[in-house]
Ligand binder design. Structure first.
Ligand code: GRF
Length: 188
């Protein structure tokens, strides 16, 4: 990937659809000196995303995107000088055109050990299959769902007593560690 580092932090947008615990965690990380990125925009596909409240809390711009109008979205991101995008609990599938415009500059966190369990309900699928391990993956976003190059992964043990909710909680804790580490790796 083109070297994006320099003296200034790279202007980054985080795309969310829900709670935004990863968003909050990335914002906190971005404020550290060692962070290569700053969070300058929060984007959601729905105004119901709870995580939008972090925009007010941290005084970051927020936008609701209608993902049908790609040109308008790209223009807006350009206007804000966004050069990197982190998807964090973002439930919409980005169009090929959008991904092409930001080729190699969009990353995502997925709650499974990819290439296992692309898509939804990863934790119940892992438990139903009696897997010994679960985890999370940060990867580049390509036109093929959850299939881009893996940046980093964290593996955890599934306990016998785990259910999808307890496993989701444990994996989410790991996601909060993994995402900042993966962002650092991208820019190293
Ligand atoms: C995370 O588990 C993420 O991997 C998945 O959805 C969840 C979002 O959590 N895609 P949050 O909105 O960051 O709290």
């Amino acid at each position: 990937m083109e070297k994006l580092t320099g003296l200034k932090k790279i202007k980054t947008a985080v795309f969310i659809s829900g709670t935004g615990s990863n968003l909050k965690n990335i914002i906190k990380f971005s404020k550290l000196e060692k962070s290569p990125i700053s969070i300058d925009l929060i984007v959601s596909n729905t105004n119901k995303a709870k995580g939008l409240s972090f925009a007010d809390q941290f005084k970051i711009k927020k936008k609701i995107f209608n993902f049908k109008d790609i040109k308008k979205n790209i223009l807006l991101l350009k206007k804000e000088k966004i050069r990197f995008i982190c998807l964090a609990g973002f439930m919409k599938i980005l169009s090929k055109d959008f991904i092409r415009k930001f080729d190699g500059r969009i990353i995502n966190i997925h709650p499974s050990l990819l290439p296992k369990y692309k898509g939804l309900n990863t934790h119940s699928r892992a438990i139903n299959n009696k897997d010994k391990f679960a985890g999370c993956t940060v990867h580049y976003v390509t036109a093929k769902l959850d299939s881009g190059k893996i940046i980093m992964q964290k593996k955890i043990k599934i306990a016998v007593k785990d259910n999808p909710a307890s496993l989701a909680k444990k994996v989410l804790q790991q996601e909060h560690k993994l995402y900042p580490a993966a962002i650092k790796k991208v820019f190293n």
